[in-house]
Ligand binder design. Structure first.
Ligand SMILES: Cc1cc2nc3c(=O)[nH]c(=O)nc-3n(C[C@H](O)[C@H](O)[C@H](O)COP(=O)(O)O)c2cc1C
Length: 357
């Protein structure tokens, strides 16, 4: 049992079953998530010798923000269900670890409390049917110090929409802060809005990228990109980069994995913009592989959530520090003195999922 499995187990036993189920849930029969986990695990390195790894440099920048580790915290909803401090605890852990925090549209923690943690943070955007509400949210996030927007585009249809589909939305939760969506909106904001105003928009086109950049004054990363041609369309629409992601296998059970899509997206963008990745990353070796394949940094989702549930701020800190320490060890073991030295030749191509034709 890996330490992440052990952490998941410790988190689960302390959580109500509906919360544990929500975090663990995957789309369809869980086949995409299973393939993500197995895919990262199956990769093999081709280590180099005679390189000086006396000091290994893990520092990098993401959209210009310096971080001491390329292990970042993915935006995840309902963190107050893991711990009463929610993203405030996660943010303090990210700050201490030299990481960066993604903050979900569906956070129950005020932006000011996130900002007070000192961690650099990006605000994740689910565009709402009523664009005026989305505008209010991104303006508030920008004013509170968010450094970028992460526009999640993979959730216009949820797995719960499928008849008999495995639920990934907390529809069976009792009312309370953890269930509330988009709590950065006040009841005054919501007064006189149409019913369904906060529902996720399904009618998005490329103009939404430029619009968000304009109203927020922030760079926009598009999350949920799994094709090279889409990555180019996002950049053409004004995106500053993309996050290759299957939402942790929560979007579509029969989806291509993020790992499989990553090389195609990196090749399509050809260094024009930063590419980040998540979904199924559970060890420093997985992070090293992601960077070797061209990702600037990797997000972790569930492991950070489980850390928060099991041990609060210290639990998230431990997850980030442990993954970072594992990454440093892998750099030494493969003969890479820095994260910038990670390159595709360090991976055995026979262990990579085949590239889509
Ligand atoms: C409990 C939970 C809530 C999530 N909420 C959001 C969200 O609000 N917005 C978003 O863009 N992604 C959300 N995600 C997806 C994560 O940002 C990320 O893509 C995913 O967790 C990465 O996969 P991993 O959990 O296997 O590391 C959520 C994931 C989980 C597990």
């Amino acid at each position: 049992m890996s330490w992440v499995d052990d952490l998941e187990h410790r988190a689960r036993v302390g959580l109500p079953a509906y919360v544990a189920g929500y975090v663990a849930a995957a789309a369809g029969g869980g086949e995409c998530l299973a393939e993500e986990l197995a895919g990262w695990e199956a990769l093999r390195f081709r280590p180099r010798v005679l390189t000086d790894t006396g000091d290994v440099d893990l520092t990098t920048t993401v959209l210009g923000t310096p971080v001491r580790t390329p292990v970042l915290v993915a935006p995840m909803a309902q963190q107050v269900a893991a711990h009463p401090d929610g993203e405030a605890a996660t943010g303090r852990a990210a700050a201490a670890a030299g990481s960066l925090l993604g903050v979900s549209t569906n956070t129950a923690v005020p932006f000011a409390d996130v900002a007070a943690t000192g961690a650099p943070w990006w605000y994740q955007v689910y565009v709402m049917a009523d664009r005026g509400l989305t505008r209010l949210l991104v303006e508030r996030a920008a004013a509170a110090g968010a450094r970028a927007l992460v526009l999640t585009l993979d959730t216009t249809a949820l797995a719960t929409d499928a008849p008999g589909g495995q639920g990934v939305e907390p529809t069976d939760w009792p009312p309370g802060p953890a269930r509330a969506r988009a709590t950065a909106l006040t009841s005054e904001d919501l007064a006189d809005r149409d019913q369904g105003a906060t529902a996720m928009a399904r009618d998005l086109d490329a103009d939404v990228v430029g619009w968000l950049a304009e109203v927020s004054g922030l760079p926009v990363l598009v999350k949920g990109v799994l094709r090279g041609d889409d990555a180019v369309r996002c950049l053409d629409a004004g995106a500053a980069g993309v996050v290759v992601s299957t939402h942790g296998g929560r979007r579509l059970g029969s989806s291509v994995t993020a790992l499989r899509a990553l090389p195609e997206v990196v090749a399509a963008l050809d260094g024009r913009a930063e590419v980040l990745v998540d979904s199924g990353i559970r060890s420093g070796a997985h992070v090293a592989a992601a960077l070797a394949l061209g990702a600037r940094a990797a997000f972790v989702g569930r492991p950070a959530w489980w850390g928060l549930a099991a041990d609060g701020e210290a639990g998230v800190r431990s997850v980030l520090d442990r993954l970072t320490a594992e990454l440093a060890l892998v750099l030494r073991q493969v003969g890479a003195p820095s994260v910038r030295a990670l390159a595709p030749d360090l991976l055995d191509p026979a262990t990579l999922p085949a590239r889509p034709r």
